[in-house]
Design a protein around this ligand. Structure first.
Ligand code: CA
Length: 220
C-alpha cells in the first residue's frame, strides 16, 4: 500500500510515518497544502491522509479540488476535536473517513486497511417507514440522494420504528470509538436529515428524546 500523508506538523508527521512504514505501508509525506495537492492528483496512491489546517492550501481545498478533477483516491481527513464543522464539510465534499486528532497510529492503519479493501457487495434493500423509502444500495431517500452517514443513521432510525435510538449508539456505530466525545456530530447530521425530510414534505419527523436520543414520529 502506498499512501500520501499531508501534514505540516513535522514531529507528528515523522512519528506517524515511521510507524506506518514499520507496518509495511509506503508513505510519501507532503508538508504543505500546495505540495500535497500536486502529489494528490497523481494516480499512484491507494489512499490519502489529509490534515485540515495546512499552510498554502487547506485540506478541505485540496479535497474539493482533487474531487473536481475526478480523482477518486480514498481520503481520510484529520482534524482537531474543535473542527466539527470542517469534518462535516469534509465528509460532504467527498472524504471517505476522518480521524480526530490526537489519534493512535494503530487506528489510522486500521482505517487505511478498511478503506483500501474492496468494498463488500451489499445486498439490495429498500427500507420503508410511513411515506419514506430508503434505498440503501443507491443511497437515496424517496429519490433524493443521502450521504453514507445519513444513510446509516436513517437505517437505524427506520429499523427501530417507534423505539428511541440512543445518541451514543448512533455515535459508536456510525463513527466508531474515537468519536465518543463528539455528541454534536450526531446533532449536525440530524439537522441535515431534518432538512431533507422537510424538503420531501414527508409526514415523518425526527424527534429528539431529551437526554436519550432520537426516533421517527409521524406528524398528526
Ligand atoms: Ca496542521
Amino acid at each position: 500500500m502506498r499512501i500520501l500523508y499531508v501534514e505540516d506538523e513535522q514531529l507528528l508527521a515523522d512519528a506517524v510515518t515511521h510507524l506506518l512504514k514499520k507496518s509495511g505501508i509506503n508513505v510519501d509525506w507532503a508538508a504543505d497544502g500546495e505540495e500535497g495537492f500536486n502529489l494528490a492528483i497523481k494516480p499512484v496512491y491507494d489512499a490519502i491522509v489529509l490534515d485540515i489546517m495546512l499552510p498554502k492550501m487547506s485540506g478541505l481545498e485540496i479535497l474539493e479540488s482533487i474531487r473536481k478533477r475526478g480523482v477518486k483516491t480514498p481520503v481520510i481527513m484529520l482534524s482537531a476535536l474543535s473542527e466539527v464543522e470542517d469534518k462535516v464539510k469534509g465528509l460532504e465534499n467527498g472524504a471517505d473517513d476522518y480521524l480526530a486528532k490526537p489519534f493512535k497510529t494503530k487506528e489510522l492503519i486500521a482505517r487505511l486497511n478498511a478503506l483500501t479493501r474492496r468494498p463488500a457487495l451489499r445486498e439490495s434493500k429498500i427500507l420503508k417507514y410511513e411515506d419514506l423509502e430508503l434505498d440503501s444500495e443507491n443511497r437515496t431517500l424517496n429519490g433524493i440522494s443521502v450521504t453514507e452517514k445519513e444513510n446509516e443513521i436513517l437505517e437505524m432510525l427506520i429499523k427501530s420504528g417507534e423505539k428511541t435510538v440512543q445518541k451514543d449508539y448512533i455515535l459508536a456505530h456510525v463513527w466508531g470509538a474515537d468519536m465518543m466525545a463528539e455528541d454534536n456530530y450526531v446533532e449536525v447530521y440530524m439537522s441535515y436529515l431534518r432538512k431533507k425530510l422537510k424538503s420531501l414534505h414527508s409526514k415523518v419527523e425526527i424527534k429528539t428524546v431529551r437526554g436519550l436520543g432520537y426516533k421517527l414520529v409521524t406528524k398528526a
